[in-house]
Design a protein around this ligand. Structure first.
Ligand code: URA
Length: 318
């Protein structure tokens, strides 16, 4: 897989991308012994030898980020001791070793992020980062407003109270209903246990957002690489939170949101931009039946995670 030269230099940790561009323009970088000054030059990090000022760049893989729509009936890890099909079986043509960021239950479908950027993955999973995860849940029965309030404020599970969440009614079927729930933690079976706690077991569960990423119109079993914009947003969140942590600024508490009593008004159906690396198209699998319930996608313009915003300044008056 070919990657831009400055990206490879930056990924090695030697310099920022801008600095790497300066070095290239100054003729300090060689590929296979030849000086290159062209910024658009692409190389294959596995095949080409890059030197800066005559020194070999250590062999590094570029960071890659991939968004998968995990179907039901697939294990969300790369291998399964019980021999069930795993997400690895879906990653056709992916040569880099990518790891899932978190898990989904066997019978849950939806958005999974995979990456080889270990530090970023760990940070996104860490409870202090409060990354928003949005699920569509079909539950048994119809929740009362009180039950929705309970979920929004936190329910007592065997491993403690849940942090505040946002719960919106989406639609009501004859006996069951669909809700959209946003949580900021990642406990095992959390959404199912939350609804169970208020007496409405989950019948179907689908994750439609993870932080700033939206599932969009990817069909179950399909994946695509993140667009540069999406990847930069993720890295931005990671960097911002690392800086906050380094500065000793505690994460802002998760506050209960006002419950929304009616279905969210018409969600736009625009899909995210396609990555050049995925050939502009999601990877589809031959013979895969069309899925009837394509999720309306919202273009991830900026992180939904409120903690991304710098804390509001309070102006003191004398
Ligand atoms: N909550 C659950 O209960 N299951 C999932 O797969 C994800 C969140």
């Amino acid at each position: 897989m070919e990657v831009r030269l400055q990206k490879v230099i930056a990924a090695s940790g030697l310099a920022s991308r801008r600095k790497a561009e300066e070095w290239i323009a100054q003729g300090r970088v060689t590929i296979n012994g030849k000086i290159v000054r062209e910024l658009g030059t692409r190389i294959d990090p596995e095949r080409d030898h890059v030197k800066v000022d005559g020194r070999h760049l250590k062999a590094v893989e570029p960071y890659a980020y991939l968004l998968l729509n995990k179907p039901k009936g697939i294990v969300s890890t790369l291998n399964d001791p019980e021999g069930r099909p795993t997400i690895e079986h879906l990653l056709h043509g992916v040569t880099l070793r990518m790891f899932p960021v978190g898990r989904l239950d066997f019978d849950t479908e939806g958005l999974m992020l995979l990456t080889n950027h270990g530090e970023l993955a760990q940070a996104l999973l860490h409870p202090r980062y409060h990354v928003a995860k949005v699920y569509l849940a079909k539950v048994k029965g119809v929740l009362t407003d009180d039950e929705i309030d309970q979920l929004a404020q936190g329910v007592n599970l065997e491993d403690g109270m849940t942090a505040p969440s946002t719960v919106k009614k989406v639609r009501k079927a004859k006996e069951n209903s669909w809700l959209e729930v946003t949580i900021y933690e990642g406990r095992k079976h959390q959404v199912k246990r939350m609804f169970e706690a208020v007496g409405h077991p989950v019948l179907k569960l689908k994750r439609i957002r993870f932080g700033p990423l939206a599932l969009g119109d990817l069909l179950p079993g399909e994946f695509r690489y993140l667009t540069d914009r999406e990847a930069n947003t993720l890295r931005g969140i990671f960097q911002y939170k690392q800086e906050q942590e380094a500065a000793g600024i505690p994460p802002r508490p998760i506050r209960p949101q006002k419950p929304v009593r009616q279905a969210p008004a018409g969600q736009s159906a625009r899909s995210g931009e396609r990555s050049v690396r995925s050939g502009g198209q999601p990877t589809r699998f031959p013979g895969k039946p069309a899925h009837p319930s394509r999720e309306p996608a919202r273009r991830p313009r900026r992180p939904t995670d409120s903690a991304r915003r710098p804390p509001r300044r309070i102006r003191r008056t004398a």
